[in-house]
Structure formats: C-alpha cells, structure tokens
Design a protein around this ligand. Sequence first.
Ligand code: TRP
Ligand code: SF4
Length: 416
Amino acid sequence: MESGINPWSSSQSVDIDRLFAEFGIAPVDDMVTTLKSQPSFFRRKIVVGHRDYAPIVEAINSGSRFNVMTGFMPSGHPHLGHLMVMREVVWHVEQGGSGYVAVADREAHAVRGLSWDDCKRYGREYLECLYALGFEGTTYYQSENEQLKDLAFEAAIKINFSDLQAIYGFSPETALAHADSVATQVADILYPQLVEGPAPTVVPVGIDQDPHIRLTRDIAHKMRWFTVLDQGNIISVRSKNAPSHAMDAITRAFPGSKRYEGHVDIPDADYLSVSEKVRAIEVAEGGYGFITPSSTDHSFMQGLQGGKMSSSVPDSLFWFDESEADVKRKVMGALTGGRMTKEEQVRLGGEPDGCPVYLLNLFHMVSDDEELLDIRRQCLSGSLLCGACKKATFERVKEFQRDFKEKRDAVSHMVV
Ligand code: TRP
Ligand code: SF4
C-alpha cells in the first residue's frame, strides 16, 4: 500500500520520519512556545507533529474564532487509548475554540458491522467521557445529521476511487458504504465551517489517522470556488468552476481589476486581504469558502504489556468502566523498563523511556512536571524499583478511575 499507514488496519507500524519527509507533517517547533498556556501534550512532546497549526496558535493568542473537531467510532467502550484526543479537544475548547464531536456511527456500522443500537449505546459513553473531562460544544451522531450527510455528498463529488486506493489501499472489493464513511468523515471535519462560516479548525488525531487529514485538506481545497495567486504586482483570482455571478461579484468588489475568461487580475493589492475578501464573496454567493483544516498528531503510548495498545488485546489497556481488580492486575502485570534482577536495577537503574508504566504516568496519570521528573530520576538512579513504582502508579490510576466515574455520573444527563 502506497501510504504505509492505514487507519483501519490492525498492524500499526507508523514510521514517523517517513511521514514527516514524505507527507508534509511538520515537527512541533518553537511556534507552540508562543502559547500562553502550554498543555502537557506539547510540553512533554506527546504531540509530535502538526499540519498548519500556526493559524490555531494565532487564534488562541489573539482570541479570534477557531474550531476544534474530532470523531469517535463507537465500536466498543471508551478506554485509555481515547483519552489523549479527548484531552486535546477539551483543552482547545478551554482556549476558546468552538467544540465539535461526531459519533461516527456510519463508519462503525459500515466498516465494523455494529448495529445501530450498539452505536447509540457506545456513542453515549464517549460523549459522557468528553463532558466529564470538561467538553462544551456541539455533538452529533453522523446518521442523524442531515446537513452533514448533504455535505458528505457534496464532498464525495471531489473524491474519486483512485484517491481512496492510493490513500487507504481500497480495492474493487471494498464496500461502497466504506467509501461513503470516508466522505462522511471529510464532512465531519468541514462541518463546523458549514455551521459557523469559515474559521481555522484543528483536528487532534493519533498519527495513524493522518491519511484522513491529508484527504480532507485536499478536498477542502477542491471545494473552493477560487484560488488566489500572488504574482508580484498582480494578485490573480482564479476560478475553479465558480458560477459566473460569483465571478461578477469578484470583479465588482475590486475596482481597477481586469476580468479574463477564467480569472480576475487585481493590480497593486495585498495578497492576504484579497484572499479574505474573496473567501467572503464566495460564501456570500453560496459557496463554502472553507479554510483548509489543521491537525495535531500525537504519538501513542505502547500497550501496558508492550506492543500496540488495542482493544483487541484487552491486557494492553484498561476501559474506563473496568473493575478495580482488573485494572490492578493489568497495571501490576505491566511490562516495565526494569532489569532482570533487583541488584542489577539498583546498580544500573531502570529504563523509563520505553517503559509502559512510565509512559502511562507521562501521558495521563502525573500532571505535575516536577513529580514526573522525580519518578524519572529515581528510576534512572536505581532508587525506585518497579514493584513500588507500579504500585504507586496503580494508586494514581485508581484515583483517576474513581474521579472519572464520579464526573461521568454527574454529566450523564448532558448526553442527549
Ligand atoms: N475515523 C475515526 C476513527 O476511526 C473517527 C472519526 C470520524 C473522526 N469522523 C472524524 C476523527 C472526524 C477525526 C475527525 O476513530
Ligand atoms: Fe518503569 Fe517505574 Fe520500573 Fe522505572 S521503576 S522501569 S518507570 S516501572
């Protein structure tokens, strides 16, 4: 398969360097340090890459409009592996973003064969978790959102099978409804702009979901009526089959401009202000004027016993509603970066970097940086042994689960 990553495949080996080099994911750099508040997923380099995140940083810092959007496939109960995206969404809402969450029941039904009833039930649980973490905003089930489905149809006009083949490895045997769920997801990501008008939109994803982002960015661009080109002393507004009334409106809006067959040239103008004006005209004339959506890409913590974290390997993670005894067994039985013998560990220290227990703390269980650093130091120096470390980690997880359950119960009524 061309892209080397497939969001639906169970074998997941994501070659991060290749993604960066080949597909244009940018490393997270100094840009995010201009954010007034630095969430742990940036501070701790959990988010490893992004596409076009600069407009989001700018919107946060200046208090202007932006959206944060994601979707969850309701194919089972929510678990540890979903927590990072949820936290990223909530954080962006706290920074002033308009929040949107889709329950991807069309995808779960088409691709995973879940009944609509199960989709409903599981979907509720995801939304409950989000509200418990502090989410505010719009939530919907794909199957019930008529506007969304219409948008998916419009988007599908710009998606062809060779795209799907190249991006996802679709074959002639792939079900049509699977392709449809791709169009629906593209529509999910563009939906906030349909509702509220053009605005930067960030989609926090695990890095394996980047193909969706790549496709959506491409489609968002194709759905625009105009492209604006900077040609030095001329700004050229090119029509991509814009209706003629929209071309007329562009010509009228820029006195001194010159209209040609497929474009309007504007002398001595400023690229950015022309672009924004063109976008506004496109929307006023009945187009979408989409701003190409952005993403953050986070890395994954390994499963608790090493390897991939996946609900098909139940010991690799815990569910939020799992019994304390089971969670304890999983955490206490986790793989560690410890040595073969106690003597060796005291002498050499442990290896926190590849240690799932350490990563569990780094990703989710220890919010204080000093405390995390302390664990790391003690591990490296051999003064903390894995048994004690896992026990302390389990106590944190237990407290997290208890608190989360309480919060879920308190917000349960918010899920409609
Ligand atoms: N395909 C995603 C998954 O497998 C779910 C999803 C649906 C989604 N719509 C989305 C993710 C929009 C991000 C944005 O989990
Ligand atoms: Fe991992 Fe803790 Fe053991 Fe270090 S002491 S290797 S962090 S379990």
